[in-house]
Design a protein around this ligand. Structure first.
Ligand SMILES: NC(=O)c1ccc[n+]([C@@H]2O[C@H](COP(=O)([O-])OP(=O)(O)OC[C@H]3O[C@@H](n4cnc5c(N)ncnc54)[C@H](OP(=O)(O)O)[C@@H]3O)[C@@H](O)[C@H]2O)c1
Length: 252
């Protein structure tokens, strides 16, 4: 029986790698992002290359009404979703304290409120069925003091770790996927200066997704792709905060 997955932020970067990997293994898909034309193009490519059923849902996940529409798809018992990937994300240009507070509100909506609501809808739909999986794309930034972005990712990582343990018993897997610097559109969109990030720190999004899906299969509740970032994540959690904060300043 084929599976159906809903991926937010499916048109670029890590989300696009997710939908290509999932379509390649035969999953039907629901793609979510704001740009309808781009969603339709990605959907057409996936249908043509893999023969899977692909639905598109244009939604701005900073809008509560749009989040409700996506949650309704997750709650629909007639067309069950087996895998939710909470991936959509963005970064503000500037550190907290120098940005507009209204923009910080939208970031909180996108990185915390939206995944929380979608996770809630997915868990409530999956639990009675006794199976399902949720991947929350967080970041290794979750393990460092690095402004509001890393605080949001820490929130989602922490909830995922607990939910993986708590809801795993009901057959619903929950995993935080915490990548390091990955080549996508993310840094350009956030107007970040990434010139100081050494080459060895960069990951490819296809690799991030392949490792993430493997770890999900193995029942992990946290996936940190690549050996180098596993080491860095460990150090970030055990070294003195001032040292970690200084090292984590790169990439802005
Ligand atoms: N790249 C990295 O180095 C890195 C590292 C660690 C974690 N991450 C995390 O990985 C996730 C994916 O990032 P990425 O690097 O793949 O970024 P990306 O290449 O910029 O892609 C972002 C995706 O999210 C969608 N999106 C952005 N804002 C949205 C909104 N308000 N509503 C709905 N969809 C929205 C975009 O489509 P539209 O613009 O059409 O909406 C796009 O499909 C994010 O959660 C990010 O925080 C990235």
């Amino acid at each position: 029986m084929s599976s159906r997955a809903l991926v937010t932020g499916a048109t670029a970067g890590i989300g696009h790698s997710f939908v290509r990997a999932l379509a390649a293994r035969g999953d039907d898909l629901v793609l979510v992002a704001r740009d309808t034309a781009r969603l339709e193009q990605v959907a057409a490519d996936l249908r043509a290359q893999h023969g899977v059923t692909v639905d598109v849902l244009t939604a701005d996940l900073t809008s509560p009404a749009d989040v409700d529409r996506v949650a309704a798809v997750l709650a629909d018992p007639d067309r069950p979703v087996d895998l939710l990937v909470n991936n959509a994300g963005a970064s503000l240009a500037g550190w907290f304290g120098s940005t507009e507070i209204a923009d910080e509100d939208r970031q909180l909506d996108l990185l915390v409120r939206a995944p929380m609501h979608l996770m809630d809808a997915a868990i409530k739909a999956m639990t009675p069925r006794g199976h399902g999986a949720i991947v929350n794309v967080t970041s290794v930034a979750a393990f460092t003091p690095r402004g509001a972005y890393s605080a949001h990712k820490a929130w989602l990582t922490n909830l995922s770790l607990w939910a993986g343990w708590h809801h795993g018993a009901s057959g619903v897997k929950v995993m935080a996927l915490a990548p390091g610097f990955t080549r996508t559109e993310f840094h350009q969109r956030g107007e970040m200066d990434i010139s100081g990030v050494p080459k060895w720190m960069w990951l490819q999004s296809d690799r991030v997704v392949a490792e993430g899906l493997r770890d999900l299969e193995r029942g992990k509740s946290l996936s940190v792709p690549s050996k180098r970032y596993k080491v860095l994540a460990f150090l970030a959690q055990h070294a003195p905060t001032s040292l970690v904060a200084r090292a984590a300043k790169r990439g802005r």
